[in-house]
Design a protein around this ligand. Structure first.
Ligand SMILES: Cc1cc2nc3c(=O)[nH]c(=O)nc-3n(C[C@H](O)[C@H](O)[C@H](O)COP(=O)(O)OP(=O)(O)OC[C@H]3O[C@@H](n4cnc5c(N)ncnc54)[C@H](O)[C@@H]3O)c2cc1C
Ligand code: FES
Length: 507
């Protein structure tokens, strides 16, 4: 028995696959298409464009595929939790059907790429299940099942699951898939390098000048000019233009990889209620492991984050038994107010600045759908999915209601954080501990690292001024307003913020 909790967060995929590295941009360049952000979306987009012979270049602020795509569960499915009944309600039957077909197309695109490049990435077909294990979730699941029938989605209504979890009812969607995301992306990046598509790491897009050409200024002062830019930076780095920070909210989840005592029979599972529990198997070096995910919450909010890992560990122990604990990690994704991603021009007046974001933790299919939509916009091909995913789509009632509550929430965080009182003095801090303190009359965040050094930062988020909160699970400062995250030394880990937190003291 070796079920000890890993000290540091590290996604399993970083242990299974080492990605190649690339230089940063050191001069001004011009390309036809600049693909900014090298996660699943950016890499798939650059790959599809390269196959069309478009002259593109790919940029990332850090290391490629180390954003959400390197931290995902990597289920490839059109079963996006409970969604179809809601989509019929918001958009009507035709658009809900379009959503399903679009995500099937995204999944088919991944399978085609796996085949055409002969990628060995633990890709396998799996059935996807969503289940209700509590009476209060049953009505929602029944409605979802009715939506499957209305839309002609192939599924089964079940009384039990192949896995040993007792349920009231479940819906099976057959023939979905799963893979190792980094093992999949690595050959795509190799393809780019072999086909003269430059890739740049450690090159952050800071500013954009709209026009023809579009000009992007990088953090090191270089200019990338291009006819079209595909903004695949998760949160669009140029978010002000379409006020995207008012139209999406970030949500974090946690994952653990364990060797279970009870063998896992395969399949991909998620429950219909709270707290979320998501399951899939994975084989690493011949060993059959189990990924357990869930514990969703808005970024920067909620109980001490470490407790979310403990809750997953507790669930895995009780449900399967844990023989060995491999990895733990967490990540966040963005949800739009109507739950449908934004893929297309950033505003109707900027047809050459394309964005792809708001995948609601279902970005394996959505990233490839986005890559196809952006490719077709660029090479002027028709695409049946332009309209539904357009960031300029009509914002009906549900969006307006959610808009008000999300932004009131942001306003609340803005004021609330400023009124916080200090919770400890610097002298009382233990190693590995953080606290809110007052320094020079301001709210400040202090963290004492493993070497005993204390890092004190101004906790005012450099995006729009909300107050960041401590994330004990990942040792980061997270902003509850739009999801920016900062290391304990202040560097930006995740946008929309572009500037580090201000250092107040180091001792
Ligand atoms: C815990 C969790 C589990 C999930 N599980 C699943 C699942 O099972 N199935 C599924 O379909 N989806 C899942 N998702 C969702 C999916 O992982 C994401 O939607 C998807 O990975 C997003 O890909 P992306 O390329 O858009 O973003 P990212 O992978 O985050 O890539 C964005 C890239 O842009 C770079 N960047 C950011 N700002 C700049 C800048 N200014 N300049 C240059 N580069 C920049 C970043 O460094 C990063 O590499 C999950 C998400 C989470 C959080
Ligand atoms: S991310 Fe917008 S204020 Fe912090």
């Amino acid at each position: 028995m070796n079920a000890s909790f890993p000290k540091n967060p590290e996604p399993l995929w970083r242990k299974t696959t080492a990605m190649p590295h690339f230089p940063s941009l050191t001069e001004d360049i011009h390309v036809d298409v600049a693909v900014v952000g090298a996660g699943m979306t950016g890499i798939a987009t650059a790959y599809l464009l390269a196959k069309e012979g478009v002259k593109a270049a790919l940029f990332d602020a850090g290391e490629i595929a180390n954003g959400t795509s390197g931290h995902t569960t990597a289920k490839i499915t059109a079963q996006h939790g409970l969604i179809y009944d809601e989509l019929i309600g918001h958009f009507g039957k035709e658009m809900a059907e379009t959503y399903y077909k679009a995500n099937e197309a995204g999944a088919a695109c991944i399978e085609a790429i796996v085949k055409e490049l002969g990628i060995s990435c633990d890709y396998s077909h799996q059935d996807a299940y969503i289940y209700a294990n509590r009476d209060q979730d049953l009505a929602k699941l029944e409605k979802e099942w009715q939506a499957y029938q209305t839309l002609g989605i192939k599924g089964e209504w079940l009384d039990s699951l192949p896995v040993d979890i007792s349920v009231k009812k479940a819906i099976k969607m057959e023939g979905q898939a799963q893979f190792d995301p980094l093992a999949y992306l690595k050959p795509l990046v190799t393809f780019l390098a072999e086909n003269n598509v430059p890739v740049f790491e450690n090159t952050t897009a800071k500013e954009i000048e709209y026009g023809k050409p579009v000009k992007i200024k990088t953090d090191k002062g270089h200019t990338v000019s291009c006819n079209t830019v595909c903004v695949c930076t998760h949160f669009p780095f140029c978010d002000a233009k379409g006020l995207y920070y008012t139209r999406m909210y970030p949500n974090r989840s946690y994952l653990i990889a364990v060797k279970p005592v009870k063998p896992f029979p395969g399949g991909m599972y998620i429950n219909a209620g709270q707290p979320v529990r998501s399951l899939r198997g994975v084989t690493v070096n011949g060993e059959k492991l189990l990924l357990v995910g869930g514990e969703n919450h808005k970024t920067g909010e909620g109980e001490p984050m470490i407790q979310h890992y403990e809750a997953l560990q507790d669930y895995a122990e009780k449900t399967f038994g844990i023989e060995k604990f491999y990895s733990r990690w967490s990540a966040q994704d963005l949800t739009t107010l109507d739950k449908v991603p934004f893929i297309g021009p950033i505003t109707k007046n900027e047809p050459n600045v394309l964005i792809a974001t708001g995948f609601r933790k279902w970005g394996m299919t959505s990233s490839h759908l986005a890559a196809m939509i952006m490719r077709d916009k660029i090479v002027n091909k028709p695409n049946p999915y332009f309209k539904l995913f357009s960031p300029q789509r009509f914002e009906g009632d549900p969006m307006v209601k959610k808009f008000l509550s999300t932004n009131l929430d942001v306003a609340g965080h803005f004021i609330e954080g400023k009124l916080d009182l200090p919770d400890k003095s610097l002298q009382d801090l233990q190693q590995g501990e953080s606290a809110i303190v007052r320094m020079k009359g301001k709210r400040a965040g202090a963290y004492k690292d493993e070497d005993g050094k204390i890092h004190v930062l101004d906790t005012t988020c450099t995006h729009l001024g909300c107050e960041v909160n401590w994330n004990s699970g990942d040792r980061t400062w997270d902003c509850p307003c739009h999801g920016s995250r900062f290391s304990y030394t202040g560097e930006v880990i995740e946008g929309p913020a572009k500037k580090p937190l201000k250092k107040i003291a180091e001792e």
